[in-house]
Design a binder for this molecule. Structure first.
Ligand code: FAD
Length: 414
């Protein structure tokens, strides 16, 4: 007999799990199933490139909630189970073992897959992506004997991994195809600060460098050949070149997709009774003008989950939470509030040489985002300032002794 649930959640990562927690905490009385293709109990991803890789956090400590919580709840967990198809008309999903599960409402939270390197040798042993706990476990096994690593991709995943590998005493070269690190996600000052910090820790950077081949012997990676012909010896290669949203099943069921599955303000897709949340979602946002956003952050996964849970609990809630993000590299803590898309000027507050500063990004005279490096005070005060206007050309914004909250008072008074 086909099983049927009032709510079926596909994807047991950050968004899917928070969805279940929010529904149960909100007193949802119907039946809930969560289906995830990973075999491990749902866990936190951010430590995979940080404390877990650098050895001080154990895999048991990553789980969102212990087995006791799941055992004590009425939520059905189907782990190690991949959903291969969605039938939007019949309101069913099909699992890879051929099973069919019916839903009243489907919540799609399948995240994304690490983008794979398309180069000869990418399949060699010793070449890894870092998206899942199983990926991190493989990397951990290799770091025990690795001496030299090449990290392909100078985004947050690549840089956090580079920092952890350096902590373990492994030589690291970061190869980035673009001419600057973190080009999509931060401004020049922060990118330059982090690059210099990594260089002080011994990381070599090759920017504007393409990879033509992973070199290997007897099935194991031994190095990386660049498009320039230069060869970098390596016994460990980490590929951190972005994410491909997992939306194929929804697209095949007729959902509109672009960079992720398209949803409205309530995270509802174009399919009846199908919501989508987390990394796989392209949503309309008031935080960027005339644009859709697809965010890869814990904040977005959690807050979209809570918004949809409220809607399903009978309290319809549009999703409009302020985006925020953090990254740890060595003992540096970067915190970002807002979205940097389409800013046209940046105001530096403080001296990066001191290791504590922030950058205010403006769209016209509206604060679009703030990056704070080791500056919790600016970060905390910036959150209320995002989306507000500040007096054009006010030089006090560049003065770190003037608290950001002072501009909030003026912005509110304006
Ligand atoms: P995920 O957490 O990826 O969960 C999706 C789940 O769905 C996965 O378990 C996947 O296997 C499963 N799935 C996929 N397809 C199917 C299918 N067909 N059937 C069943 N299950 C399926 N964000 C921050 O804000 N700060 C950080 O410091 C930070 N660090 C990070 C470090 C790493 C290494 C990674 C990988 C991410 C990091 N992030 C960070 C991003 C953050 O973890 C993600 O934004 C968040 O996990 C997104 O949640 P999600 O539920 O959309 O996707």
């Amino acid at each position: 007999m086909m099983s049927h649930y009032d709510i079926v959640v596909v994807g047991a990562g950050h968004a899917g799990t928070q969805m279940v927690f929010a529904l149960t905490a909100g007193g949802f009385t119907g039946s809930i199933a969560i289906i995830g293709d990973e075999v491990t109990a749902p866990y936190e991803r951010p430590p995979l490139t940080k404390g877990y890789l650098a050895a001080d956090i154990l895999s048991d400590e990553l789980a969102f909630r212990g087995e006791a919580w799941w055992a004590g709840s009425d939520v059905e967990r189907h782990l190690g189970t991949s959903v291969v198809a969605v039938d939007a008309k019949a309101h069913t999903v099909t699992t890879e073992d051929g099973g069919t599960i019916g839903y009243g409402t489907l919540v799609w939270s399948a995240g994304g897959e690490a983008r794979l390197l398309r180069a000869p040798g990418a399949e060699l042993d010793g070449v890894h992506v870092l998206r899942k706990l199983s990926d991190a476990e493989h990397v951990k096994r290799h770091v025990a004997t690795a001496r030299r690593a090449v990290v392909i991709g100078g985004g947050y995943i690549g840089l956090e991994t580079a920092a952890s590998l350096r902590k373990l005493g492994i030589e690291v070269t970061v190869v980035e195809a673009l001419d600057r690190l973190l080009l999509r996600v931060t401004g020049d000052d922060v990118a330059a600060y982090l690059k210099a910090r990594h260089e002080r820790e011994g990381v070599e950077f090759l920017l504007g460098a393409g990879v033509s081949e992973i070199l290997g012997e007897e099935g194991r990676a031994t190095g990386v050949r660049l498009a320039s012909g230069r060869e970098l010896p390596a016994d460990l290669v980490i590929v951190g070149i972005g994410l491909v949203p997992n939306v194929r099943q929804l697209a095949e069921a007729g959902a509109e997709v672009g960079n992720g599955v398209l949803v409205d303000k309530f995270c509802h897709t174009t399919l009846p009774d199908v919501y989508a949340i987390g990394d796989c979602v392209s949503f309309e946002s008031d935080w960027v003008p005339d644009d859709r956003l697809r965010l890869e952050s814990v904040q977005n996964a959690n807050d979209q989950a809570k918004a949809v849970a409220n809607t399903l609990l009978g309290k319809p809630q549009p999703y409009d939470a302020l985006p925020w993000f953090w990254s740890h590299q060595y003992d540096d803590r970067l915190q970002t509030a807002g979205v940097l898309t389409g800013y046209d000027s940046a105001v530096l507050r403080g001296d990066p040489a001191t290791g504590k500063f922030s950058v205010v990004y403006l769209r016209g005279d509206t604060v679009a985002a703030v990056d704070a490096i080791n500056n919790v005070k600016d970060y905390a005060q910036s959150k209320a300032l995002i989306g507000r206007t500040v007096p054009a050309g006010d030089s006090r914004l560049a003065d770190p002794s003037v608290p950001l909250k002072d501009f909030l008072t003026e912005a509110q008074a304006a």
